[in-house]
Design a protein around this ligand. Structure first.
Ligand code: AMP
Length: 470
């Protein structure tokens, strides 16, 4: 199978938010999406309902650029769902921005999806043969078609049957004129939390969205659960048999905001700091200062500094008005991007032995530029790179936008080779054992990006494994 097809349009790490029972549902969804902006900067949308009809506004761009008072006025009602879409190569089109909405025999329905489905090709061609016309290249649309094409059953049954036919990672918010429905895949790969704001129910990928609107975090949507919220309250149905959970560990490493609590009330900041402490225990080195690669390396650098007793400093300053460099599509732009984003503080770095902490190395491009910047522009004497996660060796098929295996530098290079490539004086990664020690109930996590053990069987995985052992 063509590798480009394999990875085309399937990278979707996103943020979702939903609310039921509030007269300002769309305004609060706008705020929720604003707090979840880090989970996707390509486009955003909100769908609302006044109990009679669905209203949809979506566009490419950042949340604050898309929604203003005028746009929000087009979204009346007490129910809303919203979605932030992550930038991907080749699919930055408005059609793919969610929520996706459709009208079918039982009325209207809208969906917001975080995660990736796997093995969709067969399902998609079966639906197409059956007459389905796809409006997007997003895997989430498959679920809508499966719901609409169900021969019989009421809406909840149809939804449950539809999601039972797909596999992969899905934290979903669906709504119709009268209900808000939350579903999480049986592995609980992506986060999805339930909160309360007075009489309203709220749902969000991360609890930082609850904080902004003053909602209280109640619990996570359980893996395999479908929660239906309507004017009579909320009721929960278990729609999948229990399987061993496989939460995404990379949410802790990089993706989620440090002020969020995810995966059963676990504080992201605390985990990141502990990873930094563990890194210091595993890879100590004599140095003058510890500096983070902002922002993702900050909590781990604090942990490393506390554990080692070496002072923490801000040696790199980030321009906060630039998107994450990783998501820029072309190699040339990505190279340029590091300079746009980060600048060294010479007074801090000059003549110093510096420990630099980042959360991960993917292709190696960022680290290489950073080491060069700290040494050449910052004037550092020594640059020691420390990474608060194990080497990234496996691509993610469940929604983290990691590149193909060939592009992952650690999949084909030894640590000493990577050190040479990034031109650091030394390089140390956190061990897999160290990571497992820090993550509570670590056996309930997917760590495929670090150990190539994929919890969900699928065709692409076989290809990855063939590549791995070839
Ligand atoms: P690279 O230059 O490809 O090695 O990218 C490494 C940098 O990208 C690190 O600073 C990470 O914090 C960041 N990073 C890691 N994973 C992701 C991701 N899925 N999306 C965006 N940035 C990422």
């Amino acid at each position: 199978m063509n590798k480009n097809n394999l990875f085309h349009d399937i990278h979707e790490e996103c943020g979702i938010f939903g609310i039921f029972g509030h007269p300002e549902a769309a305004n609060l969804t706008y705020l929720g999406l604003y707090a979840l902006q880090h989970r996707g900067q390509e486009g955003a949308g909100i769908c609302s309902s006044d109990g009679v009809k669905l209203y949809l506004e979506k566009s490419l761009g950042l949340v604050a650029e898309i929604f203003n008072e005028k746009v929000l006025r087009n979204l009346p009602g007490h129910i809303a769902i919203g979605h932030n879409r992550y930038s991907t190569t080749g699919s930055s089109t408005i059609e793919n921005v969610q929520p996706l909405m459709a009208t079918y025999s039982l009325g209207s329905i809208a969906i917001a999806h975080n995660g990736n489905l796997v093995d969709i090709d067969g399902l998609k061609s079966r639906l197409e043969k059956d007459g389905a016309i796809f409006q997007t290249t997003s895997d989430s649309e498959i679920i809508l078609h499966l719901i609409a094409r169900a021969k019989d059953g009421q809406v909840h049954e149809r939804i449950a049957n539809a999601v039972r036919q797909v596999r992969g990672a899905f934290s979903l918010l669906l709504m119709n004129e009268k209900e808000l429905i939350a579903i999480r895949d049986p592995f609980g790969i992506r986060p999805l939390s339930l909160g309360q704001l007075k009489d309203a129910y709220v749902l969000a990928s991360e609890t930082c969205a609850f904080d902004l609107i003053g909602a209280t975090y109640i619990r996570d949507i359980e893996p395999g659960e479908m929660l239906i919220i309507d004017e009579n309250g909320a009721r929960s149905i278990k729609i999948f048999n229990s399987v061993k959970k496989a939460h995404c560990v990379f949410e802790f490493i990089y993706f989620a905001r440090p002020d969020s609590y995810i995966f059963d009330h676990t504080c992201v900041n605390t985990i990141r700091k502990e990873l930094g402490r563990q890194l210091a225990r595993e890879h100590p080195i004599d140095a003058d200062i510890v500096i983070p690669v902002p922002d993702s390396g900050v909590p781990a650098a604090l942990g490393y500094a506390e554990q080692s007793g070496i002072p923490f400093e801000f040696g790199l300053i980030r321009n906060h008005y630039v998107g994450r460099t990783f998501i820029e599509p072309k190699q040339s732009i990505r190279h340029f991007g590091v300079k746009i984003k980060l600048n060294p503080v010479r007074e801090v770095l000059k003549g110093k032995k510096v420990i630099v902490i980042d959360d991960s190395i993917v292709r190696g491009t960022t680290s290489k530029k950073i080491v060069k910047m700290i040494r050449e522009l910052g004037g550092a004497k020594e640059v020691h790179m420390r990474i608060s996660s194990p080497p990234t060796v496996g691509p993610c098929f469940y929604g983290i936008d990691t590149p193909t295996r060939q592009e992952l530098i650690a999949s084909s290079h030894k640590i000493e080779e990577i050190r040479k490539y990034i031109t650091a004086d030394s390089l140390g990664y956190l061990s897999l054992e160290g990571l497992k020690k820090i993550i509570p109930n670590s056996d309930l996590y997917c760590m495929a990006c670090f150990n190539c053990k994929y919890p969900i069987e699928f065709e692409h995985k076989k290809i990855t494994q063939m590549e791995l052992f070839s």
